[in-house]
Write a protein that binds this ligand. Sequence first.
Ligand SMILES: O=P(O)(O)OC[C@H]1O[C@H](OP(=O)(O)OP(=O)(O)O)[C@H](O)[C@@H]1O
Ligand SMILES: Nc1ncnc2[nH]cnc12
Length: 176
Amino acid sequence: MSDITQKLEQTIRDIPDFPKPGIVFKDITPVLANPEISKAVSEAFLNYWKKAQIDVIVGIESRGFMYGLPLAQGLDVPFVPVRKVGKLPYTTIRHSYDLEYGSAEVEIHTDAIAPGQRVLIHDDLLATGGTAAAAAELIRKIGGEVVGYSFLVELAFLNGRAKLADKEVHALVTYS
Ligand SMILES: O=P(O)(O)OC[C@H]1O[C@H](OP(=O)(O)OP(=O)(O)O)[C@H](O)[C@@H]1O
Ligand SMILES: Nc1ncnc2[nH]cnc12
């Protein structure tokens, strides 16, 4: 097991029954609160994706913004937000989907990605895969090519990878 994976396992906190009974919430705020581990997280993402010829990072609101922007800056590419409905000010397209604990709808600006650009989707956590798949749908609709998915945490027992087709999926820590 890599050093960063071990540190993340020791640092991410389990919160039982949040936000609903039966859900064990993976709380990453202790990671954000530790500058040394947080920097190591950003370096690990950069190291993994630096040779993948990514043109754009799409980060998913809200926890996908935290390491998505540093990754875009490290790769020297644009960062594009996918946001919950009603937050983006320019022309948008939207897509609804189911979550581990409810349902949601996300949007992207229609001019955010140029046709043919190679896009990496980043979020903090892969659960059922509904959110990442919805982001991919938005990106494809505006002409982008989704080349991979990047997560801090994967909850493998929810089989989210199955929704992400044949693209590369990377997570720094996986819970089975
Ligand atoms: O794989 P899925 O089942 O789709 O679940 C994963 C999504 O759920 C969480 O977001 P949430 O909607 O709780 O929003 P937040 O990041 O704003 O807290 C998480 O940050 C992912 O975006
Ligand atoms: N169990 C979980 N912990 C944290 N974020 C989540 N998003 C979806 N499921 C989650």
